[in-house]
Design a binder for this molecule. Structure first.
Ligand SMILES: Cc1ncc(COP(=O)(O)O)c(C=O)c1O
Length: 330
């Protein structure tokens, strides 16, 4: 860590802002070094940093697929991808969540190049996309797979830091964001050299914005070093997830969505109902959020619990006890 800390201090002594777009004055050796290091870290060919995951998705989807192409996306895909798709002028269809059968039905209507957009772990349900199956489907038919890894970046073990690495698949592009497990800000597309250079030259959310300031970029780099050093945290996180799931089973909390990730959601239909459960848990000291319609469809309102390595076993047990109590009162 010392190298990184020294680098940070050096950067602060020089300048704080990046001064402009990367195509004008905002580029600097640290961003390029970080792109190279993160590309190696995520085991890809090429990387391009964006100011946020939101910018990255809008930029990619509005730039790479063309008017006569087709984008087919999971119905639970993130809002930033939907916005990018709207701007792309491509044809687009959604498919039923995680259903490769429905996806193949939708492909029958597709024209031009076919892009398939999924998240590796879904932000609201916490479940995984069938990545291996999707990768096979795309490889054998020449479709282009694009994976948003916002919720799997940093969910890792000794030799991988994301799910595409875990399954050893190579989609056309994958997005890693740094505001969640990595604990800072910014995002990077890991893709081919040719797509990287196309984005640099044509992607509006890359070109027409002030680049991330050097201290943010240094944080992105530092977070990847930290993750490598503290890989043990992931083992701890898995234990917390197992504990939570086992206790939920014991308490027969049947409305828990099946997920092996730190995102554990319990469906409680109706905005008022879910808010009252949230307030009950908040009163007992748990900073837990209710996710309401229209962020999720009517009837799918939920309490969304994000487990962290620093949550003690006692806290998890107590949380389940309170959840069980409040759900039984409903
Ligand atoms: C799946 C997904 N993609 C992209 C984003 C946007 O990333 P960022 O917060 O870096 O803008 C988010 C959430 O914030 C997300 O959940």
């Amino acid at each position: 860590m010392n190298d990184i800390t020294n680098e940070l201090i050096k950067i602060f002594n020089q300048k704080n802002g990046s001064t402009g777009s990367r195509l004008i004055s905002g580029n600097n050796p640290l961003i390029e070094k970080t792109e190279t290091e993160l590309t190696n870290f995520f085991n890809g060919e090429s990387g391009l940093i964006f100011n946020s995951g939101y910018d990255a998705n809008i930029g990619f989807f509005s730039t790479i697929p063309k008017r006569n192409d087709t984008i087919i996306y999971d119905e639970l895909i993130h809002a930033s991808i939907r916005e990018g798709i709207k701007l792309s002028n491509s044809k687009s269809y959604s498919f039923k969540h995680n259903s490769t059968i429905d996806l193949q039905n939708k492909i029958k209507f597709a024209k031009g190049e076919i892009f398939i957009a999924v998240e590796s772990i879904y932000s609201m349900d916490g479940d995984e996309a069938p990545l291996i199956e999707l990768d096979k489907l795309c490889n054998s038919n020449g479709y282009h797979l694009i994976i948003d890894e916002a919720h799997s970046t940093g969910f890792c073990s000794n030799n991988f830091f994301s799910l595409t690495q875990k399954y050893n698949i190579k989609p056309l592009a994958r997005l890693h964001t740094f505001g969640k497990a990595m604990g800072c800000h910014g995002a990077i597309w890991i893709t081919s050299n040719s797509i990287k250079y196309y984005l640099i030259n044509f992607c509006k959310t890359f070109i027409y914005t002030t680049a991330l300031p050097p201290h943010s970029v240094a944080m992105m780099l530092a977070s990847s070093h930290l993750l490598k050093e503290r890989i043990i945290l992931n083992q701890i996180l898995s234990e917390k997830i197992n504990l939570f799931k086992n206790l939920a089973k014991k308490f027969k909390i049947t409305s828990l969505i099946n997920s092996n990730s730190p995102i554990q959601s319990i469906i409680i239909s109706g905005n008022q109902n879910v808010i009252s459960v949230m307030k009950y848990l908040n009163r007992h000291g748990y900073d837990i959020k209710a996710i309401r319609k229209p962020s999720v469809p009517k009837g799918k309102e939920r309490i969304r619990i994000c487990l962290h390595t620093y949550n003690s076993d006692y806290q998890i047990k107590e949380l389940l006890k309170y959840l069980n109590q409040v759900l039984n009162e409903k």
